[in-house]
Design a protein around this ligand. Structure first.
Ligand code: C2E
Ligand code: CA
Ligand code: CA
Ligand code: CA
Length: 278
């Protein structure tokens, strides 16, 4: 039994070492990819179900490999966060997305919103209003058309400092959204205390909304709470007609998901928008 325990220990130690090596390797590759501008951004439409028009797009980072595939953000974003690379990556993405969507708006004569993820690690690394203003100025993008998505976990940190940070971001004119809403610890009181304008309901609640009464009750509660606080709500991960019907039936105005479109490169997005009712 002792022998078996020792073997198992060796096995785990080896596996852990492999994981560490993979992280170090990924970090080096990611640094090089950023340096050599090998990263890119895809955009996923958010549709206004009331007007039937495109409301906006979410910018999602993409890391293409040499083999025509992508390394998943679920794998490389945590590496970027732990290594601090998320700071330059995040700024690069914001600038690129503002430029891309400003061009799209100009080319098509429309007013497409842009929403961008900001991780709590970026808060710790000094992402602030000055950086936003600089990027807005350089890109000519209007801050009122930009939303920054933060996750609930950040609202649990030092209250005063986070509130001041969020207020300074809001003061630039940008909107603030809570991403993956419902998966964390948000309560009504959080939402009143922080200068939030938008809630994005996590895909987990949308997945079985056409089959599960509990999910309906939950989404309905979020919608009525949001309405009383004058917050916009975007449902994430809508894949099927049944889910969409259920959501519009409950009065959810904005939806995002594969049902309408997957995230796509800017050139593909421009074509998509031209096909879709503008
Ligand atoms: P997220 O912010 O919750 O983004 C939504 C994710 O759901 C995206 O995955 C999107 O492709 C996927 N998705 C959209 N519609 C559907 C659907 O109908 N069904 C399913 N199954 N999935 C759908 P993606 O692009 O792989 O990104 C994963 C996560 O990585 C993001 O989750 C976000 O937390 C993070 N991430 C991506 N880009 C960035 C970035 O530029 N900065 C930061 N800080 N995080 C990012
Ligand atoms: Ca997001
Ligand atoms: Ca989300
Ligand atoms: Ca997420």
């Amino acid at each position: 039994a002792k022998e078996a325990g020792r073997n198992q220990y060796h096995f785990f130690a080896q596996e852990m070492q492999q994981q560490v090596n993979r992280r170090v390797e990924l970090e080096q590759l990611l640094r090089a990819a950023l340096e050599h501008q090998r990263l890119t951004v895809h955009y996923q439409p958010i549709v206004d179900t009331v007007s039937g028009k495109l409301y906006g797009v979410e910018a999602l980072m993409r890391w293409p490999t040499d083999f025509g595939q992508y390394i998943s953000p679920a794998e490389f974003i945590p590496v970027a966060e732990e290594s601090g690379l998320i700071a330059p990556l995040g700024e690069w993405l914001l600038a690129k997305a503002c430029n891309d969507i400003r061009r799209l708006n100009k080319a098509l004569g429309m007013n497409c919103y842009l929403t961008v993820n900001v991780s709590s690690q970026q808060y710790r690394l000094g992402f602030n209003a000055t950086i936003i203003k600089q990027i807005m100025q350089q890109s000519g993008f209007h801050p009122e058309n930009l939303t920054l998505e933060i996750t609930e976990s950040i609202l649990l940190e030092d209250d005063k400092a986070v509130t001041a940070w969020l207020q300074s971001l809001r003061a630039t004119g940008v909107n603030l959204a809570i991403d993956d809403f419902g998966t964390g610890y948000s309560s009504l009181s959080y939402l009143k205390r922080f200068p939030i304008n938008i809630l994005k309901i996590d895909r987990g609640f949308i997945q079985d909304i056409d089959q599960n009464q509990d999910a309906v009750v939950l989404v309905n509660a979020i919608l009525s709470m949001a309405e009383s606080l004058s917050l916009k709500v975007i449902a994430e991960g809508v894949e099927q007609q049944g889910q969409l019907d259920c959501l519009t039936g409950l009065g959810c105005q904005y939806v995002q998901g594969y049902f309408y479109a997957k995230p796509m490169a800017i050139e593909v997005l421009i074509d998509w928008v031209e096909q879709f009712a503008i």
